[in-house]
Design a protein around this ligand. Structure first.
Ligand SMILES: [Zn+2]
Length: 51
């Protein structure tokens, strides 16, 4: 799996998610578990922030 070169153009409170199936990327402040496009698993590419 390729390593993302950039931490994504997300705002501070958002994390980057990538679909393992179609490669679609989304920024969201909430956890995304399934791709809105194909329904496959979304991987969190951002480092989770400690609460
Ligand atoms: Zn997808």
């Amino acid at each position: 799996m390729p390593t993302p070169t950039d931490p994504a153009p997300c705002s501070g409170d958002e994390q980057l998610f990538e679909c393992l199936a179609c490669g679609k990327r989304l920024c969201s402040a909430e956890k995304i578990t399934s791709c809105p496009g194909c329904g496959e698993t979304m991987q969190n590419l951002s480092t989770p922030r400690p609460e």
